[in-house]
Design a protein around this ligand. Structure first.
Ligand SMILES: C[S@@+](CC[C@H](N)C(=O)[O-])C[C@H]1O[C@@H](n2cnc3c(N)ncnc32)[C@H](O)[C@@H]1O
Length: 153
């Protein structure tokens, strides 16, 4: 199983999209508190979530607890890295780490010894960043593609 970690996400709609992403790919979404919304937020539910989607999400009181729930390597997604996300060889159990919407990942989170490397999704020069949920989709589908989609998808 692949893992996606949202470090202190702020916007309910992004997390709602990521819960749906996890349900569609069989991956686990880890949310690191504090969250700036309730898990029954209307915007989160508007993403079309139902009970089965929510089964793919775990909420953790802190970053260490989230890391402890991921058996593989951690890849930190940031716009400020030289290596592309496509240059990584992902393995089952790996975790893809994403930062809060306004600020991105704090340096101390990316410098954690569990983080194997920082990776960047290519963008044209002069633009700020991709949306959080879009970044998670791009990263997760690349990792899933590399692992081979299971039969019947
Ligand atoms: C809206 S962005 C944060 C923007 C913030 N101002 C920054 O510069 O990091 C939210 C998260 O999406 C991910 N992200 C956005 N664009 C990315 C890119 N080009 N490459 C890798 N991750 C990206 C990162 O994890 C980032 O922390």
């Amino acid at each position: 199983m692949l893992h996606v970690i949202f470090y202190e996400p702020r916007i309910a709609g992004n997390t709602g999209n990521a819960i749906r992403l996890s349900a569609c790919t069989g991956s686990m979404l880890h949310l690191v508190e504090p969250l700036c919304f309730e898990m029954d937020d209307a915007k989160l539910r508007r993403a079309g979530l139902d009970y089965h989607d929510l089964a793919h999400v775990q909420v953790h009181p802190d970053y260490e607890s989230a890391l402890a729930a991921v058996p593989g390597r951690i890849w930190a997604f940031t716009g400020h890295a030289s290596k592309f996300h496509t240059q990584i060889e992902y393995a089952d159990g790996d975790g893809l780490l994403f930062g809060p919407e306004p600020t991105g990942l704090p340096e101390e989170a990316m410098a954690h010894p569990r983080v194997a490397e920082r990776v960047r999704i290519p963008m044209l020069p002069g633009v700020r960043s991709l949306n959080l949920a879009n970044s998670a989709s791009i990263g997760l589908y690349e990792a899933w593609r590399q692992l081979g989609f299971p039969e019947g998808v």
